[in-house]
Design a protein around this ligand. Sequence first.
Ligand code: EPZ
Length: 419
Amino acid sequence: MKKILVKGGKKLNGEVNISSAKNAVLPIIAASILCKEICVIEKAPMLEDVFVICDVLKSINSNITIEEDEILINNSNLINGEPDSELVRKMRASFLIMGPMISRFGRFKISLPGGCNIGTRPIDLHLKGFSALGAEINLGHGYVEAFTNKLVGNKIYLDFPSVGATENIMMAAVLAEGETILENAAGEPEIQDLANFLNSMGAKISGAGTDTIKIVGVKELKGIRYKPIPDRIEAGTFMAAAAITRGKIKINRVNEEHLKPIIAKLTEIGISMEKRGDSIIVDGNSEFRPVDIKTMPYPGFPTDMQAQMMSLLCTVPGTSVITETIFENRFMHAGELKRMGGNIKIDGRCAVIEGVDIFTGCEVKATDLRAGAALIIAALAAEGCTKIGDIYHIDRGYVNIEEKLKKLGADIERVDIEE
Ligand code: EPZ
């Protein structure tokens, strides 16, 4: 059984390079279905979730080769088959192929993605969008099926600015007849990156990154080479790690605009940051103040940084309050942090944190991707050794996190421990 062992107390120092964004690459790989020519994703993050979505495409005859950090995708012989349901249920983002597959084949059947630890993860807004574009939707026996003779542009209002629904509907509309206006759309940087990828292939998308996106249908898309944006959540995770260890690190390959809500909150806590080109220097050697955090759709504070910030705030003297507005069950890391000595009280969507002097190392388990990152952050500042289990969650979203932290001076290693 693989575990990550951390001996806490080391200040992080040095430089780290951020990988490309998982949540940009996944929809971009799905979008390659819309094109019969070869697409190449450069500087792709070698992550478990990326391998899974590639396997989903391979299960319907996509020809994908991965060489170093490049993914070459040839969908010229794609079939309208039912993707492997085990894979779809394993990784929710597989559902992002639904929009492109309906667009390409006019009909498509896929296993319902199901929920996960952080919430029920419904897909009603995705399906509402496909229906508005002219698809007939059938649900039953754990599957969803869509049929249409052709997709026709329409005006669609999302009840909630869902990232996945915005991406899926945008991909379905790119080759539809006429114009689609998507209102109350999500504006995350990853959506802007997907729109840039599609526009580079010949799509006509405007407004991505705002709450209203216009897609004018085109006839076909061309194959391209594309380098996705850097991962703002990985960057934020290393910022929190530097802060909790009171270290000073230089984080390379960041987009400051995408990091604004994270920089604002860390500044409020008292952490100093200095921008240097496409790098940022984070210095945690200062007095910290407690803060309140409320997760919101972009450009609000990202829910994917909530767990990591809980770890940091557990070591800040005073009372901090975190409100999680995006997912209904995204405080599972609190129980593990309390095992390490954190003083956290959960009341529905709110977590009240009383700062403690120090975490104490012990055995903990990752309950989901970002919870795993939060446990590593806590372990870096804990007294003694922490043993983190179920680290497969962490590998879904972080490329060689322990190697990157080791280079920054952390006493961390991945070991194989018999249960
Ligand atoms: C994306 O998930 C990200 N995943 C998540 O990152 C991220 O936490 C989330 O957006 C919010 O920013 C990828 O991009 C692969 P949503 P997604 O649809 O698209 C409700 C990580 O750690 N909703 O914006 O699934 C839903 O219940 C992962 O990297 C509906 O009600 O998120 C949730 O409460 C975790 N109906 C809220 O919207 C729908 O049809 C946000 O979900 C769809 C969503």
